[in-house]
Design a protein around this ligand. Structure first.
Ligand SMILES: [Zn+2]
Length: 256
């Protein structure tokens, strides 16, 4: 799936889960501003699994930091679309986000500052800006990523543990997005369950269970196909609508 579409699916997932509007699920209710800031963070988190490619878009989002992080991630995760696209990877990302969410400091005049969440936000906003092709050069990317992170830090959801929830959602929808392509993902990595020879000759099953051991439900087919656009345009509209509506709700609360 294309980077911009991953980001849109992350924001849409956050709106669906965190908003209590009639068009959302409201499983994890947050304040209207928390919907906006959380949607931004989840959009970035939905690109996190692609940090496993040393020359990919995400690796080039906030140089030189992201290039170094991508090389490390690629090595640990066994290459592109392996560890970071698995259930184990999802658990590791959620645990890391939980640990970063607990990293706070008391700063005189400012009170408790969420340092860990702030650092993670800068990284994730860098990813989102690059994927949505808003970033431009390195200096501008860093500046915009820091400004967006300040917004997130100021208006973050007040719910405890919102950071691992947002990161888990983002990484989860990324894995689902790639599962829908021909290439598929190795969901159970590092386990690599080889496809039995019998299945190779079966028409449907051989497409779902690839010879590489990857699983695929190729509804989208090739990344960037017309089918991907057909699914992702409504998903993107949903995310944008949810965020704008939450923004207006926050404004109404402010003026009331
Ligand atoms: Zn991916």
């Amino acid at each position: 799936m294309m980077g911009g579409h991953h980001a849109a699916s992350g924001a849409a997932a956050w709106v669906a889960v965190a908003s209590t509007a009639p068009y959302a699920l409201g499983w994890y209710p947050v304040s209207p501003l928390g919907i906006v800031s959380g949607a931004l963070l989840t959009a970035g988190a939905a690109l996190l699994p692609d940090l496993d490619h040393h020359s990919g878009t995400i690796a080039n989002s906030l140089p030189p930091l992201t290039r170094v992080l991508a090389r490390i991630t690629e090595r640990i995760s066994g290459g592109h679309r392996r560890g970071t696209h698995s259930l184990l990877g999802l658990a590791v990302f959620v645990a890391l986000a939980g640990a970063l969410g607990n990293m706070t400091a008391e700063i005189r005049g400012l009170g408790t500052v969420e340092i860990g969440a702030g650092m993670l936000s800068v990284l994730l906003m860098g990813f989102a800006l690059k994927a949505l092709k808003i970033a431009g050069g390195a200096a501008r990317s860093w500046l915009l990523a820091i400004l967006l992170s300040l917004f997130i830090a100021l208006y973050a959801p007040e719910n405890n543990g919102w950071l691992p929830v947002a990161v888990g959602l983002g990484v989860g929808v990324h894995i689902i997005g790639d599962l829908l392509t021909h290439q598929g993902v190795m969901v159970l990595w590092p386990l690599r369950i080889k496809r039995p020879r019998k299945i190779a000759s079966m028409p449907v099953l051989s497409k779902l269970w690839k010879a590489s051991g990857s699983l695929s439900v190729p509804i989208i087919g090739r990344a960037g196909s017309w089918r991907e656009w057909a699914i992702m345009v409504p998903v993107s509209v949903y995310a944008i609508y949810g965020v704008i509506e939450a923004g207006f709700a926050a404004l109404r609360e402010l003026l009331a």
